[in-house]
Each structure stands twice: as structure tokens, then as C-alpha cells.
Design a protein around this ligand. Structure first.
Ligand code: F6R
Length: 241
């Protein structure tokens, strides 16, 4: 696992965007695994800026997102579908983009279809990840076992609490999600994990203590041959967090 510590969120966003410039230069038809949440917002803004200035082109690339709440209307302002359209897809030129369908009537069938589509695309070239306060990646919550396939999961109290900031009181927050499993994530040729903010310092410290913690899903990334972690000083704990 390669670790890069930068001064702040903006530097992390810019360095992560450079990884995409390089990736698409090397392989314009890359299959990109994308994430939602607060952490990649700066990265997506930077990718939009680079696209507008002609530095990056997504026209041959396709993307698969890690996860989506279930059930949720795509048009719901807090769906990950809405998030991706607002922050990236409506502003750049992906050939094709796909998220797990939070409207699917049969979630199991949707999971099987999603994995088949990733496989048909040739698997993921570069998988972007954020990390939950409890160490989750995608919505793979800490557990005694981790499914390989895309699956329907029940969100933990910790994740529901962390994400409640996006839902107002009148809105019922979905308690389940469809998430890529460890199969698609671990078969990605390379993985980029971005971690920012002091609240992530405790979990990132555990990520780098040289031990695989089976109750921290991200800890299993130590076994992947090509993972780059770009983090800010706060998340690294360097500021005493
Ligand atoms: C989002 C996802 C999650 C987030 C994680 C961190 O698609 O898969 O694992 O990356 O919950 O979220 P933020 O960035 O909001 O702290």
C-alpha cells in the first residue's frame, strides 16, 4: 500500500485528479469505479475543471459506482444517482455510467446484473474508494464475513448516523444499500483510496499499523497489490488528532 500524505483537502483532490489524467492517458477506454460521499467532491470538481480545460477526456471511458441506497428513487436529491449527476456526470463526457439501481423491484436480480455488467466491461481498471468512520468501503460494513458479489446490505448505526446529515427530518433515510462486494473491488487493477479530515484519523491509524483488522473492511486492502492512499495531514493524525 503506497501512502501519500499532503497538507490539506485541496491538495488531496488535485493529486487524486492527476491519477485520473494519467489513467486515461494510458488507457482512454478505462473502466472507472467511482464513489460518493463528501471526500471525492473536491476530486470531482477538479476533474470537471480539467475536462473543461481539455486536460482530460472521458469519451471512451465508462464508470460503475460502488453503491446506492435501497430503496430510493433515482430522482431523490440524496440518491447517489442524483449525487453523481450533479457533481460529475452532467459536467463531463463519460461514454457510459452505471450505478446499482435503487429502484429495482428485485434487488437480488439487480446485484447479479450489476456484477455481470462489470465483468462484461472487462472489470474495473481504477477503483476509487473513500473510507467510513467504521472502516467500511463501499457499504461493506464491519462483519465476520464479506460477500464477494454485489449485495443488499443493512447499514449500521454508525453509517446511518454519519449519513443522516444529508437527510432532513421529514425524509425517511433508507436503512439498506446495494453495494459492490469485495470481488469487483479486489479485482480492480488498481485502487485509489482518499482519506481526509481529522475524524478519519483513528480509522486511518489502524489502516497503517501493520495488522489486518478483520473488523475493519478497508484493512483487507493491505492484501491488494496496487493500492495508493492519498490522505491529508489531519486524516494521518499528524496534527495530533
Ligand atoms: C460512498 C461509499 C462510502 C464512503 C464513505 C466515506 O460511495 O462507498 O464508503 O466512501 O462512507 O464517506 P465520506 O466521504 O462522506 O466521509
Amino acid at each position: 500500500m503506497k501512502k501519500i500524505i499532503l497538507n490539506n483537502y485541496d491538495e488531496v483532490s488535485r493529486a487524486a485528479a492527476d491519477v485520473y489524467v494519467q489513467q486515461l492517458r494510458n488507457k482512454p477506454d478505462s473502466v472507472l469505479g467511482l464513489a460518493t460521499g463528501s471526500t471525492p467532491l473536491g476530486l470531482y470538481a477538479e476533474l470537471v475543471r480539467k475536462y473543461q480545460s481539455g486536460e482530460i477526456d472521458f469519451s471512451k471511458a465508462c464508470s460503475f459506482n460502488l453503491d446506492e441506497y435501497y430503496p430510493i428513487r433515482k430522482s431523490h436529491p440524496q440518491s447517489y444517482d442524483s449525487f453523481m449527476h450533479a457533481n460529475l456526470f452532467s459536467k463531463v463526457n463519460f461514454a457510459q455510467s452505471r450505478l446499482p439501481n435503487g429502484e429495482a423491484e428485485d434487488p437480488q436480480a439487480e446485484c447479479i446484473k450489476y456484477d455481470a455488467e462489470i465483468e462484461a466491461a472487462g472489470g474495473i481498471d481504477l477503483q476509487l474508494l473513500g473510507i467510513g468512520l467504521n472502516g467500511h468501503i463501499g457499504f461493506n460494513e464491519p462483519s465476520a464475513s464479506y460477500p464477494m458479489s454485489t449485495n443488499l446490505v443493512k447499514l449500521t448505526e454508525s453509517t446511518l448516523k454519519a449519513n443522516s446529515r444529508f437527510f432532513d427530518a421529514s425524509d425517511s433515510q433508507p436503512t439498506q444499500a446495494l453495494t459492490m462486494g469485495f470481488g469487483a473491488i479486489f479485482h480492480a487493477k488498481s485502487i485509489l483510496l482518499i482519506i481526509t479530515g481529522a475524524n478519519k484519523a483513528p480509522v486511518s491509524r489502524k489502516l497503517f499499523d501493520g495488522v489486518i483488522h478483520t473488523d475493519i473492511p478497508a484493512s483487507l486492502l493491505l492484501l491488494h497489490p496496487d493500492v495508493t492512499v492519498i490522505m491529508d495531514r489531519e486524516a494521518s493524525g499528524a496534527n495530533g488528532a
